[in-house]
Every structure is written in structure tokens, then in C-alpha cells.
Design a protein around this ligand. Structure first.
Ligand code: FPP
Length: 250
């Protein structure tokens, strides 16, 4: 039933005439509350959330969004109950081994510190990145064991190493060089960052890249999110006036 509704939105909204953002960031929040409301374990919400992620990625590709970054597991999420962490890792493996995520035009790149993941998961990630690398549609940055501070520290460490080795003049370090060391190097910054579920925080997501992003908060829990709601977020974004530190007339 929900699927039927999504498909209708897909065909009508994709014909709509409106500017489409190049890069959308999403903090997929509210899975636990969604499950709790149904008397189910939290992992049930994550499972539904994973399906919604696939639908939203497909929709973004369809309407011409170039980049979608989704926060699937943060550097802080390891401190959740063990069975929830295991359930999330299993979900990632299921996603990486089903054909559903693959037979499309979408390029998948993982961002975060993959070295902390188990070897099987790391190998599946390498395989999926390789299999989808030449795709020309949407690029999904899937953030797993990702933290914005961690990403910045990692970039600083790399530059420091080069400076210490004498291959880099510290005076030459500028924003563009710093940006080139981030996981998202080469991609534009997110036009807007969307957080469903009513929470209004960045939670260590894309700290560097979010400098000029618009923030859009919605009350819907992520497992109830739909392409229709994404269209509402895009419409809200298109109403915002982005000045990048300048004034309206410039
Ligand atoms: C935050 O909601 C959500 C997470 C920590 C996990 C997000 C993961 C998914 C949506 C699955 C992604 C899967 C794939 C295959 C990419 P919460 O659990 O903190 O919710 P709550 O605030 O209601 O407790």
C-alpha cells in the first residue's frame, strides 16, 4: 500500500518543474521511536529505515540530485546496546549482498573509518564501491562509523604528516587543500541537511561541509519518510535565500 503511494508520487513529482538541489544530506533519525510506538524492538525500526533509504536514494536519482549523503552509523553509535549495533551491522551486510541496492544507476561510496568494521563487511564495501564506481547517476555517500570531528582530525593529521615529511609547506594549506583530504573530496557541499523526527541537532554530521548548508527539520520519523516529504523539503529549500555572507542585492 505504502509502496503504491510512493510510486504515484514518483511519477508525478519527477515531472514537476522546480530547481533540484545538487547535494542533500540526511540524518535518518527516529527509527527507535517508530519501532517503540509499535511495541517492536529498535532494530525493527532500523530495518524499515533501510528500506526507506533505498526508496529515497532511488527517488533522488530519478529527479536528478547528484549527491545524497546519509548518516547510517556514527562514531558514537558503538556505545548503543550490543544487539542494536549487531543488528545495524547485519542490515549493512544484507544491503550489500542483495541485488536491490546494485541493479541501478547509483554509485555508492562509504564515508567514515571502515577499519573498525569486521573484515567481511569491509570486503563487501570494497566490492560494492568497485561495482558501482562507473555509474553516472546519483552518488550516495553512506556514512558508517562516521564523525565530522573525526573526519576533520583525519584531514589535519594527513596534512601534518606531509608537512613533517617536508613535502608540504604549511603556509600553502588553505580551505581547498583541506577539503581535498575529506571523505567527500571533490563533491559540492550539501545544499541542505534534512533531519526528520523532530530533533534539531547536527550530531557530528558533515561539520566542515555544512558551513553554508540550509537546515530543514521535519517531524516525521524516518521510517515514515516518503518521496512526497522530500519534495516538501526541496520546496522549502527553494524558498530560502542563500547569501553566503553577502547581502541580497549582490
Ligand atoms: C537514528 O535513529 C538512526 C540510526 C542510528 C541508524 C540509521 C540507520 C538506518 C536508517 C539504516 C541504514 C541502512 C542502510 C542499509 C544504509 P534512532 O535509532 O536514534 O532513533 P530514535 O531517536 O527514535 O531512538
Amino acid at each position: 500500500m505504502a509502496q503504491e503511494k510512493d510510486n504515484n508520487v514518483l511519477s508525478s513529482a519527477s515531472d514537476a518543474q522546480r530547481p533540484v538541489p545538487e547535494h542533500i544530506g540526511i540524518i535518518m533519525d527516529g527509527n527507535g521511536r517508530w519501532a517503540k510506538k509499535r511495541g517492536m524492538p529498535r532494530k525493527f525500526g532500523h530495518k524499515r529505515g533501510a528500506k526507506v533509504f533505498e526508496d529515497i536514494a532511488e527517488y533522488c536519482d530519478k529527479i536528478g540530485v547528484k549527491y545524497l549523503t546519509v548518516y547510517a552509523f556514527s562514531t558514537e553509535n558503538w556505545s548503543r546496546p550490543k544487539d542494536e549495533v549487531s543488528a545495524l551491522m547485519k542490515l549493512f551486510k544484507d544491503y550489500l549482498t542483495t541485488t536491490e541496492g546494485k541493479g541501478k544507476n547509483i554509485r555508492i561510496k562509504f564515508i567514515g573509518d571502515m577499519s573498525a568494521l569486521d573484515e567481511e563487511l569491509q570486503q563487501l564495501i570494497v566490492n560494492m564501491e568497485a561495482e558501482t564506481a562507473s555509474r553516472k547517476g546519483l552518488t550516495v555517500f553512506l556514512a558508517i562509523n562516521y564523525g565530522g570531528r573525526d573526519e576533520i582530525v583525519r584531514a589535519a593529521r594527513q596534512l601534518a604528516k606531509e608537512a613533517a615529511a617536508g613535502t608540504l609547506d604549511p603556509e600553502k594549506i588553505d580551505s581547498a587543500m583541506f577539503e581535498s583530504k575529506l571523505y567527500t573530496a571533490g563533491a559540492p557541499d550539501p545544499d541542505f541537511i534534512l533531519r526528520p523526527s523532530g530533533e534539531k541537532r547536527l550530531s557530528n554530521f558533515m561539520l566542515w561541509q555544512a558551513s553554508y548548508s540550509e537546515f530543514i527539520y521535519m517531524d516525521t520519523l524516518w521510517p515514515d519518510f516518503t518521496p512526497e516529504l522530500l519534495e516538501e523539503a526541496i520546496a522549502e529549500f527553494n524558498k530560502r535565500s542563500r547569501r553566503y555572507g553577502k547581502v541580497e542585492e549582490q
